[in-house]
Design a protein around this ligand. Structure first.
Ligand SMILES: [Zn+2]
Length: 434
């Protein structure tokens, strides 16, 4: 089996480790645990899907595999890890995502996710991953209730390259929605989006992207922002939130100026209505958009969607634009829900810290997810192990127990053992097939 070394877990771990080694340590000199080891341990915690920091801490009893696979020389205890990572600036972790992305770009894996006209779909949305009435830190968002009590939360704006035909997604660096330095007021998703797109264009100035977002983003200031960054868009709209737009379309329809068509495919009826060059609302008449409405009819079940886009809509591209718009849910389903329910434990509190720990853990978890997704897209050995295990849950279980029990040299050893079997002679692991 020929592997593209840079796109295996082992290749990506060693690449990331080099990137982590460049992050400036926030602590005084002469530290016991180098920053790179603390960061790499955090990544290993999420790469291994350990259920708690304590479970990871127990791995220090037999540290051989952590040393070999993740290159960690001094393994921190759980409390050391919390203390060190609490002081790390989340923004320092951003370049690590670009490293994974660049490997996928160089390996021509990204190309497979090209959507239409050379563009990639970028699905963007916010999510909450922490909520408490007692535990909090400097960067928590605060909400005051009528009885004067406070609740604290953490949210982040996530973004991933998605494709309607691919289950795997490529997450980009998320933007934490956190209390900003010196700010009295809470941060919000809209401000985080501004920072996110600014940063996106710094990291990927020329990447051809179509941003797909929900109806909250279909407003004039945001569209102008996307245009300023040279980003195309397909944004959800709702009759309840966009009265003017829907009234305008209804008028045009009555006057016979909308285009309607439908066709059947595999027992599903696809119905479209569209109108190009429509003003978004009364107060921003200069913002002109193209409107697409769609009904999917499966027997008695009818699903209805509507979007605005800056692509001129015709009968030739309406179907593609619809699929692009609908792939927005992949940031929720394939990304956030996977992190919450498929072994990563996004909502579990691995430690909150006083400054950045909660955010740093979330960023490292998303990075571990990015590495897994890169393998899912491009590593044949990972794909073979996943197929053999039958589900991600079983794959992670087997990975965890093999990592604890077998002396190994690399993650490839684990995937190979799961995919093809192994036996032990004395203390030597013999892989049944390579
Ligand atoms: Zn907090």
């Amino acid at each position: 089996m020929k592997l593209r070394k840079h796109l295996t877990a082992d290749g990506l771990f060693s690449d990331i480790r080099e990137g982590m080694a460049k992050i400036k340590d926030h602590r005084p000199l002469n530290v016991v645990i180098p920053l790179v080891d603390a960061l790499m341990s955090g990544l290993a915690l999420f790469a291994l899907k350990d259920p708690s920091l304590l479970a990871f801490d127990e791995r220090r009893v037999a540290p051989g595999n952590l040393r070999k696979v993740f290159g960690i020389t001094a393994i921190p205890s759980d409390s050391q890890m919390r203390t060190i990572l609490d002081g790390v600036a989340p923004a320092d972790l951003r370049p690590l995502y670009k490293q994974v992305f660049s490997q996928l770009q160089r390996g021509k894996v990204l190309e497979e996710l090209t959507f239409i006209e050379g563009y990639y779909l970028l699905s963007v949305d916010g999510t909450k991953y922490f909520d408490s009435s007692t535990v909090h830190c400097e960067s928590c968002l605060q909400r005051e209730h009528q009885d004067g009590t406070l609740t604290y939360s953490h949210q982040m704006l996530g973004a991933a390259i998605v494709h309607p035909d691919h289950k795997a997604v490529i997450p980009l660096a998320p933007e934490p929605i956190i209390k900003q330095d010196g700010a009295a007021k809470n941060d919000c998703e809209r401000n985080a989006a501004k920072r996110f797109f600014e940063q996106l264009r710094q990291d990927h100035p020329y990447l051809p992207l179509i941003v797909v977002e929900d109806a909250l983003s279909a407003n004039a200031p945001h569209i102008k922002e996307l245009q300023r960054h040279n980003l195309r868009f397909i944004l959800g709209v709702k009759p309840g939130d966009h009265h003017y737009l829907f009234a305008h379309v209804a008028q045009a329809q009555a006057a016979g100026r909308t285009t309607e068509f439908e066709f059947e495919r595999d027992g599903v009826s696809h119905r479209f209505r569209f109108l190009n060059d429509v003003p978004l609302n009364a107060s921003n008449a200069e913002v002109r958009v193209n409107f697409l409405e769609y009904w999917e009819v499966k027997g008695a079940k009818i699903s209805h969607f509507s979007w605005i886009t800056d692509f001129t809509i015709g009968q030739d591209n309406a179907y593609d634009l619809m699929r692009g718009g609908r792939s927005r849910w992949k940031i929720e389903n394939e990304t956030f829900n996977t992190l919450k329910n498929q072994g990563y434990q996004f909502e579990h509190n691995f430690g909150h810290g006083e400054k950045n720990l909660s955010v740093v853990f979330a960023m490292l978890m998303m990075l571990a997810f990015a590495i897994d997704q890169a393998q899912q897209l491009s590593c044949k050995l990972f794909q073979a192990a996943w197929a053999k295990a039958g589900s991600k849950r079983r794959l992670w279980e087997q990975m965890r127990s093999l990592f604890s029990e077998l002396p190994i040299d690399s993650m490839a050893d684990i995937w190979r053992a799961i995919a093809f079997g192994f036996h032990i002679e004395g203390r030597i692991v013999i892989h049944d097939s390579a």
